[in-house]
Design a protein around this ligand. Structure first.
Ligand code: ADP
Ligand code: ZN
Length: 638
């Protein structure tokens, strides 16, 4: 396995029981048995990160919460204990797509799993209940509202349960970014099933959300496992929107041909428009948003999952539970809502551990809009304040000058975090110069103009180029004092001063007016106590021609695959596509690209050699071994 082991971080499991405070080593034998299942059923050599510890805790019959990054392997944390402990393992999941995918993948690996949700046919439901009653099923996936129906609880109350897993547990917290009221009911599980261990898992939760999850789900006595949020496979970048932001998105996508990606846009309309423009540019792009007919949404999701290279242009309605492992880029055509949302949305790229990109376009107008939306909402003043801070923290990250990955990890409470070395800011494409004097000019001009005009007029004023200028404006001391900078530079600086709160924009029904912001900070700028550093555009920067060429540092996906192995890899993918089509499942539930790449490189000639490939467990070996070996044999040299 080439993937780096993730380092378990800072937060130690917290036990209330003084007997376990010393972190008594988990009894080794259950973990040995668990590793055996990891190898035989799932085909993975070793546990990753905190998996073994979380599994040990659940196997010991204790409840816990685990916060692992996207792609960190959360599902095995409950799947393996559910297979080992007597009884049925319940998995609460917020989305049908997520359940369908996991059940398909488990079935492929020979695990007895099923789901009960509104989409399941009555006869399939009856069969599932028969298997439950016969004790044949290891895992049952249910929605929160499905689980909490009285008849369901009653029936499960008479069924021996091995554990209850609550997936995407951050949905329970209103401090998080994806609050789902129906998750609140899950707190009752503690008293309904007092002897069943409960495991809450999530990929995103700052300290406050974590505390909220544990309180709401009554897990305060349980251990808390928090893995590092590092995602070394993600190459992050962000850029301010300039004129023609949609064109920029098309540029970025077309510069990444033959790859799967997600483009997030802020409105339904925009997803349709962008998808159409992308199709016109020859990209197989689909739009996805909550306004589409459910059927259509499902077929589009399926098309995206099945495709080897497709681009989904979507609102945030698309996402949770989209486990396509080979998404190579996520582009935010409009910025996300918070750092949590950023990490989760960007995190949908590179789940297979291969290099992937996260690119965000943002502007001060987006920030103003986000703040205004919060302002208009009816909620607790305290909640509002937290939401406003989250927005500000997001834009500080996007427009800031420090390593992006490190900023996110610190935000999630990690300590002693090192710079990632590969984001745009680490790679040093963004340089800054001191712009305090220019900022003073812009601030004076804004003050003199008295908040009556928009950004364009402010820039024209500084340059002394305002059309239809009044004598009164011409007589102001700031008229034409800024000829040392270009209009584009003034626009950039204005944008930055808005981000920093030195200027403020009054939305004025879509025709925003610029005025002076935080008085205290503005005074500090005039006294020279607060310096303003402006981003220098990269050498030779020309927004109209700057292409979206992938960054130099980006390693090609599947770097391990030499050109000589490429034809075999493609042949294996073709075999997989046919197999997936015949079974009506996404290709990656059969084998991940990574497994196929390993096979193409290793060219196994026997079942035993094939079994050593990552992701090839016993069931898959039995089902597909002969076919895969035949494809490989077809490529054997003379
Ligand atoms: P998430 O934490 O995002 O829910 P998943 O449980 O879907 O992640 O796992 C992400 C991917 O990592 C899956 O393809 C899974 O097979 C793989 N995986 C999980 N655990 C291991 C492991 N110990 N070794 C190798 N691959 C693993
Ligand atoms: Zn970095």
């Amino acid at each position: 396995m080439k993937r780096e082991r993730r380092v378990a971080e800072a937060v130690e499991p917290r036990h209330k029981d003084p007997m376990t405070l010393t972190l008594s080593p988990v009894d080794a034998s259950p973990i040995v048995a668990a590793r055996d299942i990891l190898r035989r059923t799932f085909g993975h050599a070793e546990f990753r990160g905190l998996q073994a510890q979380v599994i040990g805790e659940v196997l010991a019959g204790r409840s816990a919460m685990a916060v692992l990054p996207t792609g960190g392997g959360k599902s095995l944390c409950y799947q393996i204990p559910a297979m080992m402990r007597p009884g049925l393992g319940l998995v609460v999941s917020p989305l049908i797509a997520l359940m369908t995918d996991q059940v398909a993948a488990l079935t492929q690996s020979g695990v007895a799993a099923a789901r009960l949700d509104s989409n399941v046919e009555p006869e399939d439901k009856a069969e599932t209940w028969r298997r439950i009653d016969a004790g044949e099923l290891d895992l049952l996936y249910v929605s929160p509202e499905g689980l909490m129906q009285p008849w369901m609880l009653d029936r499960l109350g008479r069924t021996p349960l091995s554990l209850i897993a609550i997936d995407e547990a951050h949905c329970v917290s209103q401090w998080g970014h994806d609050f789902r009221p129906e998750y609140r009911m899950l707190g009752r599980l503690a008293e309904l099933f007092p002897t069943v261990p409960r495991l809450a898992v999530t990929a995103t939760a700052d300290a406050r959300t974590r505390d909220d999850i544990r309180a709401e789900l009554r897990l305060l006595d349980g251990a808390e496992f928090v893995d590092s949020f590092a995602r070394p496979e993600l190459v992050l970048s962000a850029e301010r929107k300039r004129g023609g932001a949609d064109k920029r998105v098309i540029e970025l996508v077309t510069a990444r041909p033959g790859r799967s990606g997600v483009v997030y846009a802020g409105s339904r309309d925009k997803t349709e428009k962008l998808a159409e423009a992308l199709r016109a540019a020859g990209v197989p792009a689909l739009a996805y948003h909550a306004g589409l007919d459910k059927r259509l949404r499902e077929t589009r999701l399926e098309d995206f999952l099945q495709a080897d290279a497709a681009v989904m242009v979507a609102t945030i309605a698309f996402g949770m539970g989209v486990d396509k492992p080979d998404v190579r880029f996520v582009i935010h055509a409009d910025p996300p809502g918070s750092i949590e949302a950023y990490w989760q949305e960007i995190g949908r790229a590179g789940r297979d551990g291969e290099t992937a990109e996260g690119i965000t376009l943002y502007g001060a107008a987006d920030m103003a809009w986000a703040l205004r939306r919060i302002d208009g909402r009816e909620m607790d003043a305290a909640v509002k304040q937290v939401q406003v801070r989250k927005v500000r923290q997001l834009y500080a990250l996007l427009d800031g000058a420090g390593c992006r990955a490190a900023t996110v990890r610190r935000y999630f409470g990690e300590e002693a975090v090192e710079a990632c070395g590969q984001c745009d800011l680490c790679a040093g494409t963004v340089e800054t110069t001191d712009a305090t004097e220019a900022a003073q000019k812009a601030l004076s001009a804004a003050a003199r103009l008295g908040g009556r005009y928009g950004r364009g007029r402010l820039v024209d004023h500084l340059l002394g180029k305002t059309k239809d200028v009044t004598e009164q404006e011409k007589s102001l001391s700031t008229w034409g004092i800024g000829t040392e900078l270009s209009a584009a530079q003034w626009r950039d600086l204005t944008e930055q001063l808005l981000f920093e709160g030195l200027l403020r924009e009054d939305p004025n029904d879509g025709r925003p007016l610029v005025g002076v912001g935080d008085a205290e900070a503005v005074r500090a700028v005039f006294r020279g106590e607060l310096r303003v550093a402006m981003r220098k555009p990269p050498e030779g920067y020309d927004p109209s021609t700057r292409s979206g060429r992938p960054r130099k540092r980006t390693r090609e996906a599947m770097a391990s695959l030499g050109p000589a192995d490429q034809p075999l890899f493609e042949a294996l993918r073709a075999w997989r596509a046919a197999e997936a089509k015949a079974q009506h499942v996404p290709p990656y539930v059969i084998f991940h690209d990574r497994s196929l790449a390993e096979i193409a490189a290793a060219r196994p000639a026997s079942h035993a050699a094939l079994a050593r490939v990552n992701g090839v467990g016993e069931a898959k070996l039995e089902h597909y071994g002969a076919a895969v070996l035949a494809v490989v044999a077809g490529f054997a040299g003379p």
